[in-house]
Design a binder for this molecule. Sequence first.
Ligand code: NAD
Length: 318
Amino acid sequence: MRVVVSGGCGFLGSHLCEALLARGDSVHCLDNCSSGRTANIARLLSVPGFRYQEWDVTEPFVLPGRADAVVHLASPASPFDYHRLPLETLAAGSRGTENLLRTAAHHSARFVLASTSEVYGDPLAHPQDEDYWGNVNPIGPRSVYDEAKRFAEALSMAYRRSRGVDTGIVRIFNTYGPRMRAHDGRVVSSFIRQALAGEPLTIFGDGSQTRSFCYVDDLVRGLLAMIDSSAPGPFNLGNPHERTVRELAELVLSTTGASSGMRFLPLPVDDPVRRRPVISRAREELGWHPAVPLEEGLRRTVSWFRSQGEDSATEAGR
Ligand code: NAD
């Protein structure tokens, strides 16, 4: 297969490009490096079948050559990035999604949208299955991300219904692993950075809010299954093992051996209190389930952060 991966220089995108190449597919990677880094794909540039094109997906796009699948991951994704790039986030979800849907339509290719658990907002239903419609504040500071993804889902379904495009939607829950950026504002990377720097881990609220953390290799297997499927989804992809943020902090402290403790700050606006995916649909229709326990995933992630040395703790990690 020849697969177009938008956002391929990012955290998830670079792991996906690698996995596609490893199974013999060729990859056309598009990225504007607004939050990704070419360092993430440096190793792939010499791999036969890999091509990188620096491109902003909000610009109309004509693909050189054919495509069998288009995977749309390009979007500012961490709170740090979407607060810094609010209009760009809305554009990536709207114009960017439409440009890639047009590409998929033109090539009769499979289209996979990387949506998010944020479409559920601060959920009133717990745990969240795909039939839950969400509780999103449309004008709050997080809305640029949440609503962009909700619009992207609507657009994908409209192209499926009116243009016959083979679309599939995955709603990704918190994923962590090597190549997260130290300063991206996500809880796992922030905790690891702080622990390795000997600083107290910052907890917003009292730490009783929950999240479920999926290791990147598990998530990438889910994306591959979605590329190979013709199911429309949406499918939740995430680890249903729910942990409190405080438990995560304790685990990071024990994994790193840090003794820097924790400090508590007020909860940000619209921060969801509970998050846990129901994944029975992905289990049944994609045969997917996560396999890497948090303890093991954290060990691998901490070891990667350590291998980055200074970069993981300083400006270079931004
Ligand atoms: P990331 O920031 O590491 O990667 C996103 C990539 O998209 C970056 O390389 C960035 O430079 C690129 N990009 C952004 N806007 C672009 C544009 N207009 N044109 C071209 N490239 C552009 O984030 P990630 O964690 O790898 O997330 C990838 C996708 O998965 C995103 O769509 C995100 O919403 C979704 N997602 C991720 C998570 C997670 O936990 N990592 C959870 C839910 C959803």
